[in-house]
Design a protein around this ligand. Structure first.
Ligand code: ZN
Length: 306
């Protein structure tokens, strides 16, 4: 910087730094003075959380496009380029995105940081429900912990943004607390005997715990696995025995969705929808996902009146 700026400009620049602590304003060679960290995430909903915490200080991109299934996603050459160029990569871990993590491990640059958020929040003390369910973010209390890990990682990477990351985290954590209350209030409309979820894959244990529901069944533990005829007839029996009025497909599980639609047709119950791994045009953010799920449970299991 001293080589490219005249002495007077440097003095002015230092004065600005002291006055406003806007160190980025004095960078002589940055393309985008406000972007300090290049972040890549596996899921779009993690990119949404990062954007909430980072504001303008990070460029954020997700490897999965909207509507993609992380359990089976295979990255393209352009995804590999995003991985090699990232300063920080946020994944979930716990077996959610195995193919993607193999490619990340093989291509991440030597100075970059990979954080597996589910592993990190468990390491920080968040209790696990079931070892095979990696979808910890489905409970907003856990989403708050994901956001805290993201904040701490960004501060380590970009200490100059500490106040920004901490302030944004406080705001977002308060929104998540409000959302958790909204979910409980909304789901409270469902009678205790109807608080049962049958879904396409084993992704809703943490949601169920957050709103005091139970998982009555799922088509397969993870997308891409095969449901046997016995599994299917068992689900139909469960629906009948428990008097369950609706089952829940997901936007990103095409094969399992068709199976569950057939099961619902055989059992004579309604087909509704929940979000876990994917966002789309109807549900564009993590907060919208949380709110939608509570509203859909209330609407379809007897609480919403339609
Ligand atoms: Zn999943």
């Amino acid at each position: 910087m001293t080589g490219t700026l005249p002495r007077g400009a440097l003095a002015l620049c230092l004065a600005v730094v002291v006055a406003a602590t806007l160190a980025v304003g004095c960078s002589g060679n940055s393309d985008d003075a406000s972007t300090e960290v290049n972040v890549v995430t596996t899921l779009p909903l993690f990119a949404d959380i990062v954007a909430e915490i980072a504001g303008d200080r990070a460029a954020v991109d997700s490897l999965l496009p909207p509507g993609a299934d992380p359990h089976a996603f295979e990255p393209s050459p352009s995804d590999v380029r995003k991985i090699t160029e990232a300063d920080v990569i946020f994944a979930n871990g716990l077996g959610l995105e195995p193919s993607l993590l193999r490619v990340i491990g093989a291509n991440i640059s030597s100075g970059a940081v990979l954080v597996e958020l589910a592993e990190a929040v468990i390491g920080a003390g968040v209790p696990t429900l079931a070892p095979d369910d990696p979808h910890l973010w489905m409970d907003p209390a856990n989403g708050r912990e994901y956001a805290a890990i993201i904040r701490d990682t960004l501060i380590l990477q970009d200490p100059g943004g500490s106040d920004t990351y901490s302030g944004n985290y406080e705001t977002y954590a308060a929104t998540l607390d409000d959302t958790a209350q909204y979910m409980r209030d909304t789901a409270a409309a469902v009678p205790p005997d109807d608080r049962l979820i049958i879904a396409t894959h084993d992704a809703f244990g943490y949601l169920a715990r957050a709103v005091d529901f139970e998982i009555a069944g799922f088509v397969v533990p993870g997308p891409g696995q095969d449901a046997s005829p016995e599994d299917i007839s068992e689900l139909i029996t469960t629906i009948g025995d428990l008097g369950i009025p609706a089952v829940f497909t997901e936007p990103q599980t095409s094969v399992e969705t068709r199976t569950l639609e057939q099961i619902a047709s055989d059992a004579g119950v309604k087909v509704c929808e929940l979000y876990s791994d994917a966002l789309d045009d109807a549900v564009r953010t993590y907060i919208e996902l949380l709110r939608f799920n509570a509203e859909e449970l209330a609407r379809c299991l007897g609480g919403g009146g339609d």
